[in-house]
Write a protein that binds this ligand. Structure first.
Ligand SMILES: [Zn+2]
Ligand SMILES: [Zn+2]
Length: 1237
């Protein structure tokens, strides 16, 4: 020490203290590295270090710098930092500010004054020749990268003037970025030993000739040329190697660097550099039909040409215009998919964002994507972080490969090189270290093209965001994403060619999986449940057009009528119409106990579904619960509820009259349109049973435990990303993984849902079961919740009742049988009827219970069969018990739909009546069940403003919602269009019934059939009534109610047969005379007569200023076969009277004076009670008897509701004789439409 300090006698004490530190550091960390044979002393070494440091800094000793050893750095440096001897503070500040300005979301690396000296080595000392350079001292080593490196630096003791240190998540791991070239500290001569006779240096052209000739493999050559391709380092079957291509003029030779001790060359060569390589052997490549290549030998040396130019000779920027070949390359069956050829380019840019490090996706220059997934995983160690400048050579330029990635994506394959050309000055989250993520493994296994891979990455993040971890475990996300990819791609669109790494690296012309790509395909967007909900909530009001909700008679409606017709409306759109690109909804089907509905759920939202049955799939059943499904086709239904107080139709353009609005949105699905991505346990059992039935095979136990899920790829694939070296002809994919089918059917899986998980106890648990066939189902209603607690507080809860037949006695099981096939013993004991009561959370079973289906009811964790014994209602006072014994379902009990057919005692469900039968059958029972199609729905006004007795549960949840929940649904016979029955439904006492929209086919169970005093048949809902939607084809197709024109009718026949002939018909006849005509201005608010400018009502006075004109005419029409009285309402009267618009307006103005006029036939004239001589009456008299009105006319009419009167007695004169005849009351029709004017 003293000897060392002698050299610095004139320095201050602080300097001397610092020098002591340096001396100690050199003695402990560096001196042991030196070969003792060199005879260098510690003092000499320390002096050399100090002089190099002084030279790097300037002149003074940098006393603020602290010596740091590698082990200290790794142990103590927890945050990323920057250290430099040579940079001034101003230089550092400017550089940091520049980087920060470019990417403001990242902070620059903080500066630390550290002095780092060590030896550069390539990892052989620590036993791994992985091509990674390291900085080593006596205490340890840390991996490092340099922008340019020379072979001459290896093994030398170096001072590192400027560097970044990036710590890594793992303890004792870190990574150094050596910014400025290291300074050699030791004094040995740095002569280059090429290790071969340079006189034999061969040009690339000559070497290429040599490879073409047949010559002995033993020949050793020294080749000089320019590096044109540097392939990534590969690790195959435990052996590391890389390949580079030397070019010169028009020829090129591939060189494989396979020696472990030469792997560090990978950092010394880069595209554009000129090098010499000595002692290269010629060998043939088994993996590529024995093609001859050059390979390094033990004695090989790499020597860079000092004169070589900078490598960026031909880097592109994106201003470069690309000519793309638009030739469709694959004559595919789906012509919509365009296939393009990518171009190979070189590119220089700055990493601006890590899109998905695991998937190898980065963003460059804020607009270009970079995909490294086709290269083996490399340890970037944090180097590829935002702010790093990179140079890419031989990357594939793709444009519009996927709508879910940047427009331009550069794909690196095995021929591409990615090199950092300037380290980032910014810090960011350290990316995942270099191993293949599941997505990249899938890419290798399936040989995915770039477009498909980009879609897969998009799908992967969508699935993990929305379904993981609640329904899909993190390690299964990739499987789900792969199945979705399978679903959206047809098989022929996948890249078929197996990857051959040697061909990919060296063959000309270049062929690899990204040589061609599909343009924007797959373009299917995955919407989250929340997205589709939000779209609907927006769309429902965007699509609102008030006039379109009103009938043609809107102009004559009073305020009450007008607002009533606006109070409810519906809008529906097929999913395929919501977006330009195809859409896919992804979610888990679950049963909701608060609304008794089926829901599609993900982590963003839950959406009610109305699931209907069409085709062979049958109705939705219990096995669907917990299935992860995707939906490509469905109908989005939006129901609008509005409270409005428009005075008249003239005010429709003023939205301020809408006082309240809300909507309900839900999906209408068909079972056939559901695609299972991951089945529930019950569904996978059913599918496997079906498969066994269709193809009898030796039975495997299909319990989930017996077929455990394997990770998608064998573990070996992770370690050996690119296998073929050992067996070169094998495809890249591990064979085992390819054989594994990925169809959901083939892999019985554990359920995805936690809800279903408790069904799989780890230890076998006893349970009891009961086999049932459902006979009927009642509607869900709020009921007194006496079942659960037996308390006297009357809490209302949802509940419903089913009637069922027990097909046998309760059975005891060792293991939960769930939905497996029925056993013989389950049907022992004879059948008996029971009632099943579903209360509280048990109402969730409502959507999956269908009359006629067979269910197994399971009470888990008990061996006591008596829990499933139905009990009779205690009869009191000798009352005979009429109801069946009842069973109250417990929340933990489960139901399973059984699909195996039961041959014995298949008592069918009673057939439903049609609407016509309900209307016309004289023997119809009081309580009827029927089917039909909704043609109209009207919200009924609350009577006298009374509140509904019970608010719906859902309405109670958000207090802003106040609804009229009583509706009149007109149900039309599905075969005979004219036959319509009105059903009055009270929806306020249960969860909202979805799907009651025009066009929906319904099954209406247990409603009361009533006959009005006018003789009309209608139905009223009862607490037990149940409405279910069965078909939506007419809703889905958007055509509304199928409108066949009503039949042509003869009045005579219609009058005699009345209702049997249907209620609608077309009539061609002659207007005999106008029997009465009423014209009136009506106050739109109170309905009183409106004179001039004020309402006629006085008690209490009405201050309304708006009135509507209303007209009604009763006309006798005959057609030769009979006569009818036809009523015309406001909108048809003008047409009946053959008035022009101007005449009609004028007439309305005249009537405004008195407010109203009513004329009727007396004798041959028309008269009026009040002032028969008035000119207006005279005019109407003339008009009504004119030939313009009394003419041939073609009408569409419906039977007018009327009281069935007694036959009329009328005097008829025949000559002198007077007869009294009995006339049947005239047929009363309401005109719907006048066909002729
Ligand atoms: Zn390529
Ligand atoms: Zn009024």
């Amino acid at each position: 020490m003293e000897e060392f300090l002698k050299h610095f006698k004139n320095h201050s004490r602080a300097d001397q203290r610092w020098l002591c530190e340096v001396f100690e550091c050199v003695r402990q960390q560096l001196y042991p590295l030196l070969d003792s044979s060199l005879g260098v002393s510690v003092v000499r070494l320390s002096l050399a270090v100090v002089s190099k440091v002084q030279r790097a800094v300037g002149s003074d000793l940098p006393v603020s710098y602290r010596c740091v050893s590698v082990s200290q750095l790794k142990r103590e440096q927890r945050t990323a930092c920057f250290s430099s001897l040579s940079w001034s503070s101003a230089h550092y500040r400017d550089s940091a500010r520049g980087a920060e300005l470019m990417l403001p979301e990242h902070k620059p690396l903080p500066r630390d004054n550290l002095l780092l000296i060590g030896s550069l080595c390539d990892g052989r000392a620590s036993g791994s020749s992985d091509g990674v350079w390291r900085v080593r001292d006596a205490g340890g080593s840390v991996s490092c990268t340099m922008l340019t490196s020379s072979c001459l630096w290896l093994g030398r003791l170096m001072l590192f003037p400027t560097w970044n240190y990036i710590p890594q998540n793992a303890p004792d791991a870190g990574y150094l970025e050596l910014i400025d070239a290291p300074v050699c500290v030791t004094l040995e001569a740095m002569a280059f030993d090429p290790g071969g006779t340079l006189s034999e240096v061969m040009s690339v052209t000559r070497a290429a000739e040599l490879l073409r000739q047949r010559c002995e493999d033993q020949v050793c050559v020294c080749v000089s040329g320019q590096v044109s391709v540097v392939c990534p380092l590969l690790l195959i079957a435990g052996k590391r190697f890389f390949c580079l291509i030397l070019s010169d003029g028009g020829s090129s030779v591939p060189v494989f660097i396979t020696e472990a001790k030469h792997q560090y060359w990978r950092q010394c060569v880069c595209v554009g550099r000129s090098v010499w390589m000595s002692s290269l052997r010629v060998c043939s490549l088994q993996g590529l039909e024995g093609r001859r290549v050059l390979s390094d030998s033990c004695q090989s040396r790499l020597h860079p040409h000092e004169s070589s130019e900078q490598p960026d000779t031909h880097t592109d920027t994106l201003t470069h215009t690309h000519t793309h070949t638009h030739t469709p390359l694959l004559p595919s069956s789906a012509p919509s998919v365009r296939v393009k050829r990518s171009t190979l380019i070189s590119f220089k840019g700055t990493v601006t964002k890590i899109l998905n490090a695991e998937a190898g996706l980065y963003e460059i220059d804020r607009q270009v994507g970079l995909c490294l997934a086709y290269q083996p995983a490399q340890k970037w160690g944090g180097g590829l972080r935002p702010g790093a400048e990179i140079q890419l050579h031989n990357v594939h330029f793709t444009y519009n490969a996927s709508p879910f990635a940047p427009r331009v994506v550069l794909c690196a394959c095995l021929r591409s090189s990615v090199q950092i050309s300037a380290f980032s000055r910014l810090r960011s989250e350290v990316e995942a270290s270099g191993s293949h993520g599941p997505l990249q493994r899938l890419l290798l296994e399936r040989n995915l093209g770039a477009s498909q891979y980009l879609w897969l990455c998009y799908c992967y993040s969508a699935v993990s965001e929305r379904l993981c971890p609640r329904w899909v475990r993190a390690e299964r996300v990739c499987v789900v994403a792969a199945r979705l990819l399978e679903f959206v791609c047809e098989a022929e669109q996948k890249t078929q060619k197996k990857r051959n790494i040697y061909r990919e690296m060296i063959q000309e012309p270049h062929q690899c999986p990204v040589t061609t790509y599909c343009v924007c395909w797959p373009s299917v967007a995955l919407w989250s449940v929340r997205q589709v909900c939000e779209w609907m909530r927006r769309e429902v009001w965007v699509s609102l057009s008030l006039p379109s909700l009103l009938p043609p008679s809107a102009g004559h409606m009073t305020s009450l009528e007008l607002n009533a017709s606006l109070s409810w409306s519906t809008h529906s759109a097929p999913l395929t119409h919501t977006h330009l690109d195809p859409l896919l909804l992804l979610g888990v089907l679950e049963l909701d106990s608060t609304r008794a509905t089926l829901q599609l759920r993900d982590q963003t939202h839950a959406l009610d579904c109305v699931c209907v049955q069409t085709g062979q799939s049958g109705a939705i059943d219990t096995a669907w619960q917990g299935c992860l499904v995707c939906v490509r086709q469905c109908t989005l239904v939006m129901e609008r509820f509005m409270k409005t107080n428009f005075p008249s139709w003239k005010h429709l353009d003023q939205p301020s009259y809408i006082t309240h609005k809300h909507c309900r949105v839900y999906l209408q699905l068909r079972v056939d349109d559901l695609t299972i991505i991951s089945p529930s346990a019950a569904m996978s059992r059913r599918l496997s049973e079906r498969r066994e039935e269709s193809a009898p095979r030796p039975r495997r136990p299909l319990t989930p435990a017996a077929a455990p899920e394997r990770p998608l790829t064998p573990a070996a694939a992770t370690e050996r990303p690119l296998t073929p070296a050992a067996a070169p002809e094998r495809p890249l994919t591990p064979a085992a993984a390819t054989e594994r089918p990925l169809t959901p059917a083939a892999a019985p899986e554990r359920p995805l849902t936690p809800a279903a998980a408790p069904e799989q106890p780890l230890t076998p648990a006893a349970c009891v079961s009961l086999l049932l066939r459902l006979e009927s189902k009642q509607g869900v209603r709020l009921q007194n919740g006496s079942g659960a607690g037996h308390t006297h507080t009357h809490t209302l809860q949802l509940g419903f009742v089913c009637r069922a037949v027990c097909l046998g006695d309760a059975q005891r099981w060792e293991n939960d049988p769930r939905n497996c096939r029925t056993q013989e013993r389950e049907r022992d004991g004879g059948s008996r009827k029971i009632e099943l009561h579903f209360m509280g959370s048990c109402v969730r079973w409502f959507p999956v219970l269908h009359p006629g289906c067979v269910y197994r009811l399971i009470a888990p964790n008990t061996a006591d069969v008596s829990v499933l014994k139905a009990t009779g209602v205690s009869a009191r006072g000798g009352v005979t018990q009429l109801v069946s014994p009842a069973l109250l379902l417990q929340p933990q009990w489960r139901l399973h739909t059984l699909t195996d057919t039961l041959t014995d005692g298949q008592a069918g469900v009673p057939a439903l009546m049609s609407v016509s039968e309900v209307l016309h059958s004289s023997s119809a029972p009081e309580i009827v069940s029927f089917y039909g199609v909704v043609s109209q729905r009207i919200t009924l006004q609350e009577e006298g403003g009374t509140k509904p007795k019970i608010q719906s549960l859902t309405a109670a949840k958000d207090p802003g919602v106040v609804e009229d929940l009583r509706v009149r649904v007109s149900v039309q016979d599905s075969a005979r269009a004219g036959h319509v029955i009105h059903v009055y439904l009270d929806l306020s006492s249960g969860p909202y019934t979805h799907g009651l929209i025009p066009g929906a086919a319904l099954q209406i169970h247990h409603v009361q059939r009533k006959v009005s005093r006018a003789g009309n048949v209608y139905c009223r809902s009862l607490p037990i009534s149940c409405v279910s939607v069965t078909d939506l084809s007419s809703v889905c197709s958007g055509s509304g109610v199928p409108q066949a024109p009503p039949p042509m009718m003869l009045l005579g026949e219609w009058a005699s047969a009345r209702t049997q002939q249907g209620v609608m018909g077309q009539v061609k006849g002659h207007v005999v005379r106008v029997l009465s005509l009423r014209l009136q201005w009506t106050c739109s608010l109170c309905g009183s007569i409106f004179k001039q400018t004020s309402c006629g009502r006085t008690h209490p006075p009405c201050d309304s200023t708006s009135a509507v004109f209303q007209a009604e005419a009763k006309v006798a029409v005959e057609d030769g076969s009979g006569e009818a009285h036809v009523w015309f309402s406001s909108e048809t009267v003008c047409d009946l009277l053959m008035l022009s618009a101007g005449q009609w307006e004028g007439l309305q103005r005249h009537i405004r004076v008195k407010g109203h006029v009513k004329v009727y036939t007396r004798g041959y004239n028309m008269t009026c009670d009040e002032d028969p001589d008035e000119s207006l009456v005279q005019y109407l008299n003339c008009l009504c008897s004119s030939t313009a009105v009394c003419r041939q006319i073609h009408l569409t009419c419906r039977i007018r509701a009327q009281r069935t009167g007694k036959p009329q007695l009328r005097k008829v004169h025949r000559g002198q004789t007077e007869f009294i005849c009995k006339f049947a009351p005239a047929l009363q029709l309401q005109c719907q439409h006048i066909h002729t004017r």
